[in-house]
Design a protein around this ligand. Structure first.
Ligand code: AMP
Length: 182
């Protein structure tokens, strides 16, 4: 658990942009947190805390902000990094899964040799909302025989139920701060 003071500090470091990218959405912009040296460092330290000293083989970061956070987490845990990307962006042979967005579906991909059977992997993204994106990543990793040890996000939007959805899939979820609404 974070101290209330640290949670407040991290929350204050995240900028909210109302009605972006469309009316009714409160966009939680973590670039301000990334640009704040102390907040960035403390957020990464807190995210990795439960696994410090444990055996994690790979961090799977979801495009694009999950690459920034996931890279830092991988370094801290001495783990490898695996990019999960929108379709058509990875150069080698890929495995692909469809995932649900707020309106419609899209597809994400991972290199077929990015994880080995039995490897322990943590999924990382900046924010979890409905959980559709993270669920897609979990499906891909499990399809390749990886063990999804956890999923980590800086921001949770609990009213959208994504973290709960992942927990029901048997994935432990770690989030740092929560915001009400969408
Ligand atoms: P979901 O699949 O619904 O959990 O959506 C999560 C993905 O959409 C993450 O990659 C987020 O970066 C992005 N996202 C969804 N809602 C927001 C929001 N309110 N502010 C910032 N990013 C969001």
């Amino acid at each position: 658990m974070l101290t209330p003071a640290l949670e407040a500090e991290l929350k204050a470091a995240i900028r909210t942009i109302p009605d972006y990218p469309k009316p009714g959405i409160m966009f939680r912009d973590i670039t301000t947190l990334l640009g704040n040296p102390r907040a960035f460092r403390r957020a990464i330290d807190e995210l990795v805390h439960p696994w410090a000293g444990g055996k994690i083989d790979k961090i799977a970061g979801i495009e694009a902000r999950g690459f920034i956070i996931g890279g830092a987490v991988a370094h801290q845990l001495s783990a490898g990094f695996v990019p999960i990307r929108k379709k058509g962006k990875l150069p080698h042979t890929t495995v692909r899964v469809a995932y649900s967005l707020e309106y419609g579906i899209d597809e994400m991909e991972m290199h077929e040799d990015a994880v080995a059977k039995g490897e322990r992997v943590i999924v990382v993204d900046d924010l979890i909302a409905t959980g559709g994106t993270a669920e897609g990543a979990v499906t891909l990793l499990r399809q390749m025989g990886a063990e999804v040890a956890a999923a980590c996000f800086m921001v949770d939007l609990p009213e959208l139920g994504g973290a709960e959805k992942l927990r029901k899939l048997g994935v432990p979820v770690r989030t740092l701060v929560s915001f009400e609404g969408h």
